[in-house]
Design a protein around this ligand. Sequence first.
Ligand code: ADP
Ligand code: 5GP
Length: 203
Amino acid sequence: MDLNIDTYITRTRQPGTGKLWVISGPSGVGKGTLVKAVLAQLEQVVLSVSMTTRSPRPGEVEGRNYFFRTREAFEALIQEDAFLEYAQYNGNYYGTPIHFVQEALTQGQDVILEIEVQGGAQVRAKMPEHARGIFVLPPSGAVLEERLRNRQTEDEAVIQQRLNRVQEELGYFSEYDYCLINDDLSLAVQQLKSIIQAERLKL
Ligand code: ADP
Ligand code: 5GP
């Protein structure tokens, strides 16, 4: 008897069905840490390297952490429609180069965008069929502050600017599809992987 199962299996493997994972949350919550772990543990998922006008932190590498550009160069690229989304965050531009994202999605890869909330809204509006949002929360406000300070990458004024944005960022919370609380790191990594893997099995 031909049960025709193959037809259904084929339908689960359409090319070009990668998802665009928008990962947002307050500065210092652990987005970068979570994403790094997931990239090392999951196949077929890539990180979109953003462009920014902020200065590199010690140890940050051009093309790996960010593409570091002047304001003039960034604004020229805005005119050329080179960004899927871009926003200003504490006086600097940050944006997602569109070409890399399009290529990776076409190849069926999942793409992670570690971006702030205004950019997240632009991605949802432009690519609703691909975009899936994950908002990362800290276990408490005190822990968030502690992580931001202990990271020792910003001076006190910049830390305050970042904390001042938290309420505004939380205002976008309900626009996201999933929420993770990054308390125990290995649990949060496991949960992030589960979300991505479950979405791959969705019809
Ligand atoms: P973000 O990318 O959201 O700004 P980072 O990934 O740089 O945040 O993390 C901020 C700091 O918190 C880093 O020093 C990182 O090592 C630490 N951190 C991240 N996740 C956890 C966690 N679950 N428990 C304890 N410390 C963490
Ligand atoms: P940081 O300076 O800590 O690297 O990043 C500051 C904020 O900008 C973080 O919330 C980070 O997620 C966000 N960000 C990084 N790249 C992009 C981007 O390409 N677009 C947008 N909109 N935000 C970004």
